[in-house]
Design a protein around this ligand. Sequence first.
Ligand code: GLN
Length: 460
Amino acid sequence: MNTFEKLQAIKNQDLKATDNLESFLKKIENNNSSINAFLTINKDSARNKAKEIDDKIAKGANVGSLAGLVFGIKANINVEDEIISAASKTLEDYQSSYDATVIKRIKEQDGIIIGMCNMDEFAAGSSTESSYFGATDNPAAPGHIPGGSSGGSAAAIAAEMCDITLGSDTGGSIRNPASHCGVFGFKPTYGAVSRQGLLDLSMSLDQIGPLADDVSGMAVALDTIVGYDKTECTSLNQEFPVFTEVINQNSEKLQDYMKDMKVLCINQFSDVTDDHINNIIDDSVAKIKNMGAEVVDSSFNYIDLCLPTYYLINYVEFFSATRKYDGRKYGYKIEDVCGEEVLRRIEMGSYISQQEFSGKYYKKALQARSLIRNEINKLLSDADLILGPTVPKLPHKIGEKLEPMEMYAYDVLTVIANLAGIPAGSMKAGEYNGIPVGLQLQAKPNGDVKIIKAMAALNH
Ligand code: GLN
């Protein structure tokens, strides 16, 4: 049953919201101690909400567009009364007093929030191994990392512990774990989803987005969370498409979406990617050609600039964002209790932020960011989509020691969308030795709907 069908079944009283919730709670009870996708579960509030929805439906009252769907939320997005730890000891006792804008919208539409998902500490990582609360296993490839930093959000979907999760994506943190766990993940255009209530990693790059195991789940989630928020200064005040309308079509229409789309494959993306991943992506390329897409080989000349530019900006913005964790208002002083990667970013960020160095590093990074953004926009000005791998390597085994640069290398294909502010999504393209491999689709700013269309066509 896909998400549309489930919503309908709940409305028709063929499936009770309560039963939907209980079946997830059972999976969590059986498997979360080994997978560690959820840090906290709030059974009581979830059960109350499910019952309220069933009662409303039984009475024939109106319910919201998410009525009965169960959500897991990354532990860096504020949900009232929950522990928003960002998987750090720094905030281990921080109980939130408010709902982020995205959470308000989910609650207004009768989504049920079941708990908070594991992640890399403060979202700084690509493996979910830096969580203070322990690593998350990959349900699709046990013993391997689920990717990160939204590893708990992706694992919760892959382990069928809820319908939809939210993650945050600063340099790939939704798409990377979606790829490694074999699920759908989407980073909207910068400003399309309000960041109000998200703990910043790097505010000029962060976006909230959904993960799910089918395209209709992605569409209902996007319709809820996308939209202008006057309390958030980077929020876009404009019209947004209705994603569910695009998906709610017969299968012929969905396949037709690829017809006449011009899709770019970038040589430098495959150059940095392992061969067995490239082979799987080639199969997807063949598939879209069959559906009538025009595929064009293309070139992006700044691939070597992407990681240094991303990490310099990330260090500086993260350093600034962490100054509020000085031990007075929230828990501990961050430098006293944080893990190695968070400390590295704070120290580097502090160093680069000093006046004498900022011209040398930070200003250069901003210039490089403009170059990257302009080049990507130029490529997309004459095309609908860029298609390629999401992550250049397969996930490593949990606990394997990687140098920082090796860990950063996972991000080379995902940071581009954040630097350029463009939308990007990942979906499963195939498997290598039983390990999922994701393909990434990117479009120009506000081209989010084209990605969802292509996902729907490819999923057929
Ligand atoms: N892996 C990247 C980093 O460590 C991306 C993190 C993210 O998107 N939150 O910064």
